[in-house]
Design a protein around this ligand. Structure first.
Ligand code: SF4
Ligand code: SF4
Length: 88
């Protein structure tokens, strides 16, 4: 039987909705949009839980100050235009 203690979580470690708090230091991963592959469907804009993908000149643009690195944008993109940048 599972120990109930295993179900506990630390809310401070979970991604939360955009609150104006910058995410740079605790981003999980870094997505990058390849504008050549992007067809401007804006699904990534709609699904981003941090509301940090804006539209510039008809193309999505990620505000990395607020991106939490969840990669939902990558999973939703029908054109595989969002890739995960390698961490350095
Ligand atoms: S979901 Fe993909 S194709 Fe659609 S706007 Fe975003 S990056 Fe472009
Ligand atoms: S990884 Fe993508 S969906 Fe997640 S917060 Fe960053 S831009 Fe938004």
């Amino acid at each position: 039987m599972m120990d109930q203690g295993e179900l506990k979580y630390d809310a401070k470690k979970l991604p939360v909705s955009r609150s104006g708090e910058k995410r740079v230091k605790h981003r999980l991963a870094k997505p990058r949009i390849d504008s050549k592959l992007c067809n401007s469907c804006m699904l990534c804009v709609a699904f981003c839980p941090e509301n940090c993908i804006t539209v510039k000149e008809g193309k999505p643009s990620i505000d990395y100050d607020f991106c939490n690195g969840c990669l939902i944008c990558l999973r939703q993109c029908p054109k595989v235009a969002v890739i995960e940048e390698e961490k350095k």
